[in-house]
Ligand binder design. Structure first.
Ligand code: IPD
Ligand code: CA
Length: 294
């Protein structure tokens, strides 16, 4: 069946971005091999940024905006640097419009990058009319390139991938992180929530927890069926936008942890290979609300 496009040039957008991401991969790979002491912190002591994060984001935005001048960008480092934010009652919001918008995390897994753990990903997602349409997640260290466009399937290095068919927690491996950056907002009670969530999964017989230090890698590992589910609170649009399309196109579910529809700006995510597993996991989480970012 022909794929219904939201924009006649969607394929061109995607193919151009794919080539650019491969070039960005060289920057990340070279920098990974040359440890730098130039590491700065952002919102907290655990929120890191390096020159490479900034250089890769600048390179991606420069390349995409030269080719597609009318497109918009939501990039982790641009937002952290104060750009593309409007003040509204109750806080600040990222400007997120109907225009074709690239949602970019230059390096997801910056702590891994700094510690030279090879689980890092360049993430480029494309939203049109606020619908996530395409995603690229590239780990240039392990040479794993995940990509998907709505209606065209999900791929790893060009080969189709599929989620697992696991329906119960007692047969599942689940990605979960303690999310210690949430202590900035919630203080020590956060730990009771995060540990309580993992505890209930352990008591339900989960086969094991994994945490790769990159939301995007957690998600593409769900997409390729290596792990069965993943839930996290306190993430951002750039951590999950690209990988959301990849998980869905691999046959998986990506929702709000409460079971509601995903709001990519909502700062939380649950994904799983099957609806049944997503429901079981959702039912045993203590849910936490965040102010949506856009
Ligand atoms: C982080 C990673 C991490 C997740 C954090 C993210 P960064 O992104 O995805 O796995 O737990 O919420 O902020 O800072 O490495 O780009
Ligand atoms: Ca990230």
């Amino acid at each position: 069946m022909p794929v219904e496009l939201l924009h006649p040039d969607e394929d061109r957008f995607f193919n151009f971005a794919l080539e650019l991401v491969k070039k960005a991969g060289r920057l990340v790979r070279d920098a990974f091999d040359q440890p730098s002491s130039n590491v700065q912190t952002k919102a907290s002591n655990t929120d890191l940024v390096t020159e490479t994060d900034q250089a890769v984001e600048a390179m991606l935005i420069k390349g995409l905006s030269a080719e597609f001048p009318e497109h918009k960008f939501i990039g982790e480092e641009s937002v952290a640097g104060g750009q593309k934010i409007e003040s509204v009652a109750g806080g600040q919001k990222i400007v997120y419009s109907d225009a074709p918008t690239w949602i970019i995390d230059p390096i997801d897994g910056t702590t891994n990058f700094v510690h030279r753990i090879p689980m890092v990903a360049i993430c480029v997602g494309l939203a049109i009319k606020k619908e996530l349409r395409a995603g690229i997640v590239y780990n240039p260290i392990t040479n794993e390139l995940f990509s998907a466009q709505v209606g065209r399937g999900a791929f790893r290095n060009g080969f189709p991938i599929k989620v697992s068919q696991t329906e119960v927690i007692s047969k599942a491996v689940i990605c979960a992180s303690l999310g210690i950056h949430n202590m900035v907002s919630f203080g020590e009670p956060w730990l009771d929530i995060a540990l309580g969530n993992q505890r209930r999964q352990v008591l339900a017989g989960v086969r094991g927890h994994r945490s790769f230090g990159s939301a995007a890698i957690n998600m593409v590992y769900v997409a390729q069926g290596s792990v069965d589910a993943y839930a996290e609170y306190g993430i951002h649009a750039w951590d999950i936008a690209a990988a959301t399309v990849i998980v869905r196109e691999a046959g998986g579910i990506v929702i709000d942890p409460t079971g509601a529809e995903l709001n990519v700006m909502g700062r939380k995510v649950l994904c799983a290979g099957t609806k049944k597993l997503a429901e079981e996991l959702s039912g045993m989480l203590t849910h936490v609300e965040f102010v949506p970012e856009g």
